[in-house]
Design a protein around this ligand. Structure first.
Ligand SMILES: [Zn+2]
Length: 68
């Protein structure tokens, strides 16, 4: 499980860095400011493909952080 925690810590650090850069730009980290989620690979997002569930389609970091 040591490897898993190492990867987990690495992912968390990357995620934190990513989030702070998104916050600087004022863009939603889920859709990167697009207002929709283009990936569609995950079943959960499939239904919401045209509207980002994190920011409700606004693409704004402020809306995303309120919904978190
Ligand atoms: Zn979004």
């Amino acid at each position: 499980m040591g490897l898993f925690s190492a990867i987990s810590a690495w992912t968390t650090a990357r995620q934190a860095k990513f989030l702070s850069s998104m916050e600087e730009n004022g863009t939603c980290p889920d859709c990167r400011g697009r207002g929709f989620n283009p990936y569609g690979a995950h079943e959960f997002y499939y239904a919401n493909m045209y509207e980002c569930p994190g920011c409700n389609g606004t693409g704004l970091f402020s809306d995303w952080s309120e919904s978190e």
